[in-house]
Design a protein around this ligand. Sequence first.
Ligand code: 5GP
Length: 188
Amino acid sequence: MTTQGKAFVVCGPTAVGKGTVLSEVLQRDSHLWYSVSATTRPPRPGEVDGVHYYFVSPEEFDDLVANDGMLEWAVVHKIHRYGTPRKPVEEAMAGGFNVILEVDLDGARQVRKAMPEAQQIFIAPPSWDELEHRLRGRGTEGEEEQERRLQTACVELAAQDEFDVIVVNDTVANATESLLKILGSSAV
Ligand code: 5GP
């Protein structure tokens, strides 16, 4: 019989580099399974439906929630909804994969209740200045959106002690190694 996989929650503020670190981690270990979230946010240039997110309409999102199809969901940065479709996560775990759920603080709190056994990991920046620098530097958001994201980041950083473990993303290589160790990966 296949051993049930484990769930890991990964949370961290905007522009901390979660995406880059997670894509390194996933490349290194094929036994990890990344949960693709559903969102009502429109795709950014280069984003692919079903790969980066499932881009859904507000009505489709409502349906998923109403049919208990979301493990958790939240309004992020005060505008768009993001959620973790429940079924694929349960199937991947039943298939023996260790599952990564990349969610915001609200989502992490919901998963803590729904799946208390899931390990909760927070990715932190080396400093506030560095976070601001990374966000402004990537230039994918306008001024207003940057400010909104920095406000959310402030709240998220204040809650980092709620997490089981904190990984500081000083360099992608360091953070990738730390994360692989925490995930119990054989790729370390
Ligand atoms: P972005 O719009 O930059 O792709 O994502 C914004 C934030 O949404 C991410 O930093 C992440 O914390 C959050 N997020 C992404 N997927 C989910 C999800 O499935 N559930 C929740 N609660 N938050 C998510």
